[in-house]
Ligand binder design. Structure first.
Ligand code: NAP
Length: 335
């Protein structure tokens, strides 16, 4: 048995390209006392990996050229010398971009495949889902009838924030990068409307879509999109700063948006870090799993097959080419 690994080769210049990664095959490691070995089934592709690749200090991960890429995965335990885990257990674990990895069990969550499809532990019922749920409810504080605008509206974070907004009685308005995504946002996710920022000036499109102004903005993008929203805020608006994907592939931080409208609207801007909301995870699972079971909450996945295709799929994600939660199917769920 060989362990196929995708390695960090170099810090990308601008948007990542497949040459920023390399690969190798090494022997599968054996677990020591207190460890288990698992085989990776699903690899999550998340925009923050681009920040890790440039050495951003806000993440615990530090990569040197030749290190396996880091990342969240769903895996199955195949050998265990850890009293809490048995062969056959499915787990959410940070195996990174490799076929097999050892773990000492810290930060590992056991998964029940009968409760929800395993891949959802990386998307709608995982870190991105919790981000959209807790960020919108506790920082956005939407009220019934208010207008909630969400950018990257069909991604795992955005589709959660948008559907939560609808389900608490707010009017959800999406911003997305294609007509297909906008159609899906309205027809499947239940946004009241969705504007395609590639179809003309966003500021004017938002004014038409939100005639009474924007009460809550859940920002996944930053840059020009944030500036266009700020120009349309309602009085006492809340702006949840969740992600700035537009800036992740820039070598220098971009010039900031003009914040004058925040003053005029007496608005509040709040920064969101999902790890501050882990205590809300049980509530989030209960509420969102229930909505999924009832059929009032949908999700979509964008799946690449095989670890060798992970770099290409990640590069596509960072160009906005994904449509749904970006995942890599590394191996079959059962063997
Ligand atoms: P995602 O929505 O699948 O992210 C990719 C999407 O971003 C693209 O499909 C694209 O959708 C959109 N996008 C807009 N402008 C872009 C640009 N200039 N370049 C590339 N993509 C662009 O990913 P996600 O996992 O749900 O994450 C959404 C945001 O939340 C990211 O910024 C992420 O870093 C952030 N996040 C923050 C936390 C936290 O704790 N604060 C936790 C998780 C995620 P359109 O084509 O529709 O624009």
């Amino acid at each position: 048995m060989k362990n196929q690994r995708i390695l960090f080769a170099r810090t990308p210049s601008g948007l990542p390209v497949p040459e920023d990664f390399s690969s190798d095959e090494v022997a599968v490691p054996a677990p020591g006392d207190g460890q288990f070995l698992s085989r990776t089934i699903w690899l999550s592709l998340d925009p923050y990996y681009r920040n890790v690749m440039k050495g951003s200090q806000i993440y615990a991960d530090r990569l040197k050229p030749g290190d396996p890429m880091v990342g969240e995965t769903v895996a199955q335990v195949i050998e265990s010398r850890h009293h809490g885990f048995e062969p056959g257990d499915y787990v959410a674990v940070r195996n990174g971009w490799q076929g097999y990895a050892l773990s000492d069990g810290s930060g590992v969550r056991k998964l029940n495949p009968a409760q929800a499809p395993l891949s959802t532990a990386l998307g709608v019922l995982g870190m991105p889902g919790l981000t959209g749920y807790a960020g919108l409810i506790y920082l956005g504080e939407p009220k019934p009838g208010q207008t909630v605008v969400v950018s990257a509206a069909t991604g795992p974070v955005g589709s959660t924030a948008g559907q939560v907004a609808r389900l608490v009685g707010a009017r959800a308005v999406g911003i997305a990068g294609s007509d297909d995504k906008c159609r899906y946002a309205v027809d499947e996710l239940g946004y009241a409307t969705c504007v395609n920022y590639r179809n003309g000036e966003l500021r004017a499109q938002l004014k038409a879509a939100c005639p009474d102004g924007i009460d809550v903005y859940f920002d996944n993008v930053g840059g020009d999109t944030l500036a266009a929203v700020l120009a349309n805020l309602a009085l006492h608006a809340r702006v949840v700063l969740c992600g700035m994907i537009e800036a992740y592939s820039m070598d220098k931080p971009p010039a900031g948006p003009f914040l004058g409208p925040i003053v005029g609207a007496r608005a509040t801007m709040k920064g969101l870090v999902v790890y501050d909301w882990v205590h809300k995870q049980p509530e989030f699972f209960r509420v969102v799993s229930n909505w999924i079971r009832e059929g009032s909450f949908r999700y979509r996945e964008d799946i690449a097959d095989g670890l060798a295709n992970a770099p290409g799929a990640f590069c596509r994600l960072m160009r906005g080419g994904n449509f749904g939660k970006a995942l890599v199917r590394v191996a079959p769920e059962s063997i």
